[in-house]
Ligand binder design. Structure first.
Ligand SMILES: *Cc1c(COP(=O)(O)O)cnc(C)c1O
Length: 353
């Protein structure tokens, strides 16, 4: 028998992130984390941080980090909004920008957090299938809608589109907010940044979790017109003024100030990705073209679920999605060259048996 108060509780199915593990021997290629440490300047900033400062509330406007990011992107500080990971920023964007009665549109294969926020915030939505090459068709997003959100490059396909694609999407949607989730943009994609001046309804969301090796710190940000940033600030300040803590602000600013290290580690991930893609193809895999730090792959002779289990038994974690269209694919995060060698050796071994 249900207790009366149980009927008053929120019932919701949450997003499930990739499995975490403490075993140091595991090759962890399941959550699109960066295999390299963050910039050494992050470590320096943490060492120099004085705990006395924690007595005080942090700067609610995160001025220092905002200014550093604005400088990095050639924007004004009032075009930057910060949050506790891009998941926090995206959740706030959904609340701030998707208030129409019409459904918002996003692709049918995409980041599986979008439908969860829709359900949490009671936002109607419609999913639009990718084409048979796993690509997003911008003209599918032309009918009247309550807003558009999509990752570019898309996840979990890894496929990235150019500036013409985003422009087409924006030209199709002059009356709605278009959010481009650029979580993977630094691994070779084309950012919509040059379109910000032209389109006041464009919101770009990025994260420090992947390309800046700071998944554990939780920093994400939105870049948009000052009018939209002001709305995000108002919504954030209506539920928690201090999403960014002082330690995070100091460490993240140090990362942004080390551009050389950032470029170098991203370039290394891209090199390893291209090598790994060729090696997987040589093993008979079909590899989707990726502009991210992961590959979505399938093998004509070896079922993905069986490969997933066999890899797991060898302490190599990849991601398997039990979803229509990709339930015979694996998503493999790009690790170090050594980690990819271990993956490839394991796959050779598994496929030979
Ligand atoms: C990883 C990811 C995010 C969120 O990352 P945070 O760690 O919350 O910044 C957002 N969108 C996509 C498509 C992602 O893959």
């Amino acid at each position: 028998m249900n207790k009366p108060w149980q009927d008053k509780l929120r019932k919701i199915t949450p997003y499930v992130p990739g499995e975490q593990s403490k075993d140091p021997d595991i090759v962890k290629l399941n959550a699109n984390e960066n295999p390299y440490p963050p910039s050494p300047r992050v470590q320096q900033a943490l060492r120099a941080f004085h705990a006395d400062g924690l007595r005080l509330y942090p700067d609610a406007n995160a001025t220092q980090l905002r200014t550093a990011l604005a400088r990095h992107f050639g924007l004004a500080a009032d075009q930057v909004f910060l949050g506790n990971g891009s998941d926090d920023v995206l959740a706030l964007c959904f609340q701030a920008f998707f208030c129409a009665d019409k459904p918002i549109f996003f692709p049918d294969l995409t980041y599986s957090f979008y439908p969860v926020w829709c359900s949490l915030f009671h936002i109607p939505y419609r999913t639009i299938p990718l084409d048979d090459q796993f690509r997003i068709r911008p003209d599918d997003y032309a009918p009247a809608n309550g807003g558009v959100v999509l990752p570019n490059p898309n996840a979990p396909t890894g496929i990235g589109e150019g500036l013409d694609f985003v422009r087409r999407l924006l030209d199709n949607n002059p009356d709605a907010i278009v959010i481009v989730d650029e979580a993977y943009i630094d691994f070779g994609g084309t950012s919509a940044l040059p379109l910000l001046d032209e389109y006041e309804n464009l919101v770009i969301v990025q994260t420090m979790s992947k390309s800046r090796s700071l998944a554990g710190l939780r920093v994400g940000f939105a870049l948009a017109s000052p009018a939209l940033i002001a709305v995000l600030e108002a919504v954030k300040n209506s539920y928690n003024s201090y999403t960014m803590d002082s330690v995070t602000l100091a460490a993240a600013t140090a990362s942004v100030e080390d551009d050389a290290y950032f470029r170098q580690t991203c370039a290394q991930v891209v090199r390893t990705r291209e090598q790994t893609a060729r090696a997987l193809q040589a093993l008979g895999f079909t590899v989707l073209p990726s502009l991210t730090n992961f590959l979505l792959v399938t093998h004509p002779a070896a079922p993905a679920q069986a490969l997933f289990d066999a890899l797991r038994a060898r302490k190599i974690f990849v991601r398997y999605f039990h979803l229509p269209r990709i339930d015979n694919h694996l998503r493999i995060t790009i690790g170090t060259d050594e980690e990819m060698d271990r993956l490839l050796a394991a796959l050779r071994d598994i496929l030979a048996n």
